[in-house]
Ligand binder design. Structure first.
Ligand code: 5RP
Length: 223
């Protein structure tokens, strides 16, 4: 099975976690795009979605699924999103699609986080995937130095030769060379640095369930 087929498999499997009558939290990325496409088959059973990015909002609306502002609704029963890496405890690295801040907000608003990923995303320890960090541009140079003190190398993410601008009007640093042995402590530490909007380690908002696409089918990991 191709990676694209594995993504479609878990996107479809995630429908079982959507409760008819409930607004669903929707993440961002190529795997979530498969979920959004599958969700269209249930659109008459749900009031709509809270979205974690302008890209997902556009896709949801194009399929006729209403999108609500996070502030307009209360707690959500489920948030469905992909990951760049997930470990055996459900900690994740996210933000490859630059949507990490809104993803963490919608995840925090949800009782359950269902991660959908192909098996290449399951890792023993987080840190091989360059860690995305959303930063306020004025703080970039100092945050780069702080990562260097930890042994990491941080680079501003570019798009068409210029710094990528997130949906929140900020920049993304991608950090390599880190060993994230204690994701919870690491997330808390980096999130306290002035100018950091969000670090892409999801330990406080870790997954409750992971639907992992494998060549043998969907494996369900619960945390
Ligand atoms: C976007 C994310 C995505 O969930 C992550 O990058 C995985 O994406 P994909 O499903 O395309 O591999 O965090 O900010």
């Amino acid at each position: 099975m191709t990676q694209d087929e594995l993504k479609a498999l878990v996107g479809q499997a995630a429908l079982q976690y959507v409760t008819p009558g409930d607004i669903v939290g929707v993440g961002t990325g190529s795997t979530v795009n498969k979920f959004i496409d599958a969700l269209a088959s249930m659109k008459d059973q749900i009031p709509g979605a809270v979205s974690s990015s302008e890209a997902s909002t556009a896709r949801l609306k194009a399929l006729g699924i209403p999108v609500f502002e996070a502030n307009a609704v209360g707690e959500l029963s489920v948030y469905i999103d992909g990951a760049d890496e997930i470990d055996a405890q459900g900690h994740m690295i996210k933000g490859g699609g630059a949507a990490l801040t809104r993803e963490k907000i919608v995840a925090a608003q949800s009782r359950r986080f269902v991660c959908i990923a192909d098996e290449s995303k399951l890792v023993k320890a987080l840190g091989r995937f360059p860690l995305p960090v959303e930063v306020i541009p004025m703080a970039t140079a100092r945050v780069v130095r702080q990562f260097a003190e930890m042994g990491g190398t941080a680079q501003v993410r570019l798009k068409d030769g210029a710094p990528l601008i997130t949906d929140n009007g900020q920049h993304i640093l991608d950090v390599t060379g880190l060993q994230i042995t204690d994701p919870l402590a690491f997330e808390s530490q980096v999130n306290q640095w002035p100018g950091v909007v969000t670090v892409g380690v999801f330990a406080n908002q870790k997954a409750s369930v992971c639907l992992l696409g494998t060549t043998d089918g969907v494996k369900t990991l619960t945390f």
